[in-house]
Write a protein that binds this ligand. Sequence first.
Ligand code: PLP
Length: 446
Amino acid sequence: PAALTADAERAYDLDRQHVFHSWSAQATLDPMVVTRAEGSYLWNGDGARFLDFTSQLVYTNLGHQHPRIVAAIQEQAASLCTIAPGYANGTRSEAARLIASHTPGDLDKVFFTNGGADANEHAIRMARLHTGKHKVLSTYRSYHGGTQLAVNVTGDPRRWPSDNGSTGTVHFFGPFLYRSSFSATTEEEECQRALAHLEQVIALEGASTIAAVILESIPGTAGIMMPPAGYLKGVRELCDRHDIVFIADEVMAGFGRAGRWFAVEHGDVVPDLLTFAKGVNSGYVPLGGVAISEKIHRTFAERTYPGGLTYSGHPLACAAAVATIETMEEENIVERVDALGREILEPGLRDLAARHPWIGEVRGTGAFWAIELVSDRATREPLAPYGGSSPAMAAIISGCTRRGLLPFSNFNRIHVVPPLTISAAEATEGLAILDAALTEAYDATR
Ligand code: PLP
């Protein structure tokens, strides 16, 4: 690429020579070199500034280089970089206490992992051992991680190349009124029919074979579909009735993203297991985990839990979690995100939807919003096919980056998922860039 500094050029060249990237055909890549980041912004290799509306992969919840998190990692590194999981350590204990103080109900024990996929792997292992059953039910429109079991539980097309019949995973349709699988016309109908569908899947798969239902409390990458009122309660009730463990995947939606500490609070339910990662420590050091209910904890009181990781509860990651959660508490981040959603993002996005013919729907809450783009509002034809992209989507995205905004995109959707600490002025600036990029890309097709 032109105009890079010498350091940035070396970073780029070595990347292309030696770094193998995720989810990509390697020869097609042209990664942006990032040399610096602060708050809601980052800078590329020739010094251009970008407003980060992605929070990277929806994890830098307190923004880039938050001084308190950086200091906590530095202090922990100076005192004790690492200690194996079998020891008790003050930083790990405090991180677990803080997490348990915010998880709902009796989810008071924490098993630490390195990220979200392994959190889901362990939650499923716990559910299988707890119930003595094997199958795992999840929705088609979901992402639960890239490891073998987690990617098979995943519904989205990233599952397909690794799909195999040995993992005991079964998919069903979650509620999504805009593209209803049940010909529903109201949220109430969608909720009731989606629950009837799940009940039928459980009956036909055999309740005696099903260990767990795993759901993103609000599906994230798959499209930020807010579950209708009563849906999560209905799932809870089906799980109770059939001795099935209810696992809530809060890897993306948790830790304030949805304007609540955990998105299950929107549905007023307590799952049996809750998985987290990303926002728990703003992703500064890899960390994930499973919050465990009393009932499941009891299963492993006298019986060995057959699982572990070298870095479970790594002190550097836990120090970042303590600093993140304390900052969220002291600065009322969760309440502020709820207000940001209601006062800035929702009205701003509804205004865009009123003016741009390609916007079929906007939906979300807090700092967790999706813009569903369609080529025809009447037929709801997506602006890019499921699992793919299109020239129109590419034009919108390049229109954003040319104007200094990094947008999160997936198929026919743009997600607005900025750091929870974004200011009203920055959020408004980002929406104005989206507005201009949408206008430019639409006009180019007329
Ligand atoms: N679950 C959800 C809902 C996610 O969004 C993700 C990652 O995007 C994962 C699990 C996997 O997390 P990780 O990439 O840390 O393994």
